[in-house]
Design a protein around this ligand. Structure first.
Ligand SMILES: [Zn+2]
Ligand SMILES: [Zn+2]
Length: 269
């Protein structure tokens, strides 16, 4: 169900290695003729030749992360500690060891974002991974962090769940992010158990429910052979709620000897 406009969501120059740019351009012009670009949400016509999927009005209902936000978890609308720029929760946890050093969330999970995420995940609109990846690349710190990221590691789904859904949304997001940034994707983790859905559980039961659920794929170890001491490994997921899933993934990566792990997610609840 790939949208005819899906390839237009990033500037053409980002499509490195396009075999026949002229042909691609001609096909896009043709697709505009048959499928005039309209806003994904309100179906208002969009200007021809634009790269956007949303009209200006609908874009206002998407809150991209912008300062001031917590430097560790990307949360907004909280009072930040003046010295560290951390929210009270992260400040309290700053002395305990967290396998995940930072959460970079592109947008807040409010306004039109939940709709977008659920259409991506549950209605199989896989082309939505591109605008969601773009939320991440528009995070104020992404351009600074990107050169230090060695690889993107998608949060894995259990293979039965992936089979039922037909795809892993975190993996699609990672590949769209990779296309936009040039950072390679390494599917370094696997899910070893099928767990109860996290949404209905408290923080502690979330941890218990998931403990031991993620493992490093030994077959991918060689791909990390040239990682530098200060380079980052970035987990990728669609939405971050409590961060439990990402923390357990980070723990599995640390067990395999990797350090400096961050999470890139499209939205933060
Ligand atoms: Zn609109
Ligand atoms: Zn925080």
């Amino acid at each position: 169900m790939e949208s005819p406009r899906a390839s237009r969501l990033f500037p053409r120059s980002w499509n490195s290695g396009a075999a026949a740019p002229l042909l691609e351009e001609a096909l896009e012009d043709l697709s505009d003729l048959f499928f005039p670009p309209i806003c994904y949400f309100c179906k208002e016509p969009l200007p021809y030749g634009g790269e956007e999927l949303f009209c200006r009005r609908c874009r206002r209902d998407i809150r991209l992360t912008a300062a001031p936000y917590c430097l560790r978890c990307s949360r907004v609308d909280v009072e930040l500690d003046e010295a560290t720029l951390l929210c009270p929760e992260c400040l309290e946890k700053s002395h305990t060891r967290n396998p995940l050093s930072r959460v970079i969330a592109g947008a807040q999970y409010s306004g039109k974002v939940p709709d977008l995420v659920s259409n991506f995940k549950y209605s199989g609109l896989r082309y939505l991974s591109k605008p969601l990846a773009r939320f991440i690349t528009e995070h104020p710190e992404f351009p600074v962090l990107a050169p230090h990221i060695y690889a993107l590691v998608p949060v894995p789904l259990h293979f039965l769940k992936e089979f039922a859904r037909g795809f892993n949304q975190a993996e699609d997001l990672a590949y769209s992010l990779s296309a936009a940034s040039g950072i390679p994707v390494i599917r370094a983790l696997k899910r070893t158990r099928l767990n109860r859905p996290q949404a209905s559980l408290s923080m502690e039961s979330r941890k218990a429910n998931l403990s031991g659920a993620f493992a490093f794929r030994e077959s991918q170890r060689a791909r990390f052979a040239s990682i530098g001491k200060n380079q980052l490994v970035a987990l990728v997921d669609d939405v971050c709620t409590t961060g439990t899933t990402a923390e357990l993934c980070a723990r599995a990566l640390r067990k395999a000897g990797l350090r400096n792990i961050i999470l890139l997610c499209a939205a933060k609840t």
